[in-house]
Design a protein around this ligand. Sequence first.
Ligand code: TRP
Length: 331
Amino acid sequence: MTAPKKTMLSAVQPSNRLTLGNYIGALRNWAQLQKDYDCVFFAVNLHAITQRQDPKELREQTRRAVATYIAAGIDPKEATLFIQSEVPQHAELAWVLNCYCYMGELGRMTQFKDKSAKAGENIPVGLFTYPVLMASDILLYDTDLVPVGADQKQHIELTRDIAIRMNNAYGADTFRVPQPVIPQVGARIMSLQDPTAKMSKSDPDPNGSVYLNETDDQIRKKLKRAVTDSGSEITDDESKPGVRNLLTIQSALTGKPVSEIVASYAGKQYGHLKVDTAEIVVQSVSPIRAEADRLMAEKSFLDQILQTGAEKARIRAAKTLKRVYEHLGLR
Ligand code: TRP
């Protein structure tokens, strides 16, 4: 008998378009891992409404996020792939967890502090309890591992604290306690405009990121405008974060070690590095965009995938919720 696969879960906010950083740092790795892990992936549109969204755009971006996952190699037959709002148990368990999470804990969340500072006078309660819905996302699927960026680690710690607290009160089998998996810093893709900051889909400057739905020409233009450093020699060192970022992107997409790439640029200039990097990025992104576009256009096909995914997810989530309700005396 083989050991049961570990459950790996991750989610993406559909409020912004996915970037090359998401692809290199997350999506393509998951495509590799989906055979060895029981993978659960979804688009968190309920999280997205903690900030105002245009309904038409939200609907479109949510579908686009799922289509992009598939285009990047996630197999909906292998993984459980769905849209958060189609699985009502996420909101139901979130209520329960709200009753076991403390105001003080949520007030300490860095992301809440940042976002609420920008929200003005009326801070939505949902922004405050955002991490509780995230804990619900994770705990509903008896998750073992949650691959996330370093900025989300605090939310995973909170999820663990709530799970352990409830396990102590209601029995150790109430929740499986998840663990974060934080990618190593070296492989991080940085902004093309500020190579000391991470390439982020919530960056207000669209020139900092390559989006996975951009045309080849848009990608080429962005890389041409990428900020490089003073000097002219192509070397991999700390004082040249812009050059290093382009080398990292090339290395990540070609599999060649950075040192080999550096050696191939002896006597060449930044311009060469930018042009080559652009072509390598185009080669990776172009097929993903084409496939995501095709899925978006084939409405009923994508609908079918989403329906099957949501059904799979609901069955699993309902089982966990029933167990929790029984432990708490709610049924
Ligand atoms: N908060 C995460 C982010 O902003 C998105 C998210 C919601 C998530 N639920 C999750 C990530 C569950 C991992 C697991 O990136």
